[in-house]
Design a protein around this ligand. Sequence first.
Ligand code: GLU
Length: 418
Amino acid sequence: MEALTGGPLYQNTMKIVEDAGKLVNLSPNVLERLKYPRRTLVVSVPVRMDDGRVKVFTGYRVQHNQTLGPFKGGIRYHHQVDLSEVAALASLMTFKNSLMNLPLGGAKGGVQVDPNKLSKAELENLTRRFTSEISPFIGPDRDIPAPDVGTDSQTMAWMLDTYSLESGYSQTGVVTGKPVEIGGSLGREAATGLGVIYATEKALEKLNKRISETTIAIQGFGKVGMYAAIEGYAKGAKVVAVSDVSGGLYNERGINIAELARYVKEKKVVKDFPEATHISNEELIEIQADVLAPCALEGVIHAGNAARVKAKIIVEGANGPTTREADEILNSKEVVVVPDILANGGGVVVSYFEWVQDISWLFWTEDEVRNKLREVIYKSFDKVWAFSEQHKVSMRTAAMGTSLLRLERAMKLRGQAW
Ligand code: GLU
């Protein structure tokens, strides 16, 4: 059990669940069930490497809860992935999907691998073998994977193809976040970043500020951070700092994000982009900006740096970027923290739209997708804000409380808990 529940993100997440559960007077039976995933799968993923050697990687798929609908959640490729982290992320998907009012449960998968060290052929082999190993447990009505850290639309295309080959016919609804050419949704690629900006707008509105008068620092310039930067910049915000694995950039007058996006397309990393000072990822967290959006990995705002965070609003594009200790420090400084299950919900909301489009074989325009996404984020934000005002709690506790109440009602109706 320790391997499952012992990791820092798992412990952190369950403490948030317990706090919010106490506040909403959650039935102890519901709480007990939600503390553990329904099913965890650990698989060996043997890959023939380009030099002829066979290397075995470890893969996971954790299915946390399916009370509201099929399991849903991304697949992460990262060298530090472990069972406990994947299980914590799977539970966050359950809570996120419940909060966003989607008819979906929660799951997450991962392979312990550094994808940057593999060739494209090796990555394809790994993805196909991993898919094959988990294929009895996934499917358009069972469990629908999507991209996460270290995976992308190409990964989903290989998963879709492998699953369809095994089924004997094309099953586009088995994954979301796939390329538009093979059943993906317009607007999915940018969706998480877009959601981060919609949530930012809402938080600013509550503090009587406008995005066009705001400075933003964004950690991560990948699938989430880059699109958040593009959208924020398009709305007139000054994006003063960004970063990726190569380090960070700072310019107090604002970085030209349109040019940076073009630069990164060619060079792959933000490093050495002109007209900006080089900073580290750690420095970015403490930079002078109105809004800080951590859009990379978990645990980056911790007891060691939280007191020095200057932003008044934090919008969590990543899952679990703030530790519990940091959360307490930020709360005492009255920083508004828009929690992950609300701030980065845009990705899975458009995944849901994609799944619906695949099932109905009817595809929407990008404007339709964006407008519907904005509506969901705004509505969820207002719900969480009202809850936090009513109960005088942080937005994190409010988001979890709101999510738990919906889950509890559904679990009771289905006779899963009393
Ligand atoms: N990996 C994303 C997340 O953590 C998206 C999941 C999905 O679209 O299923 O929310």
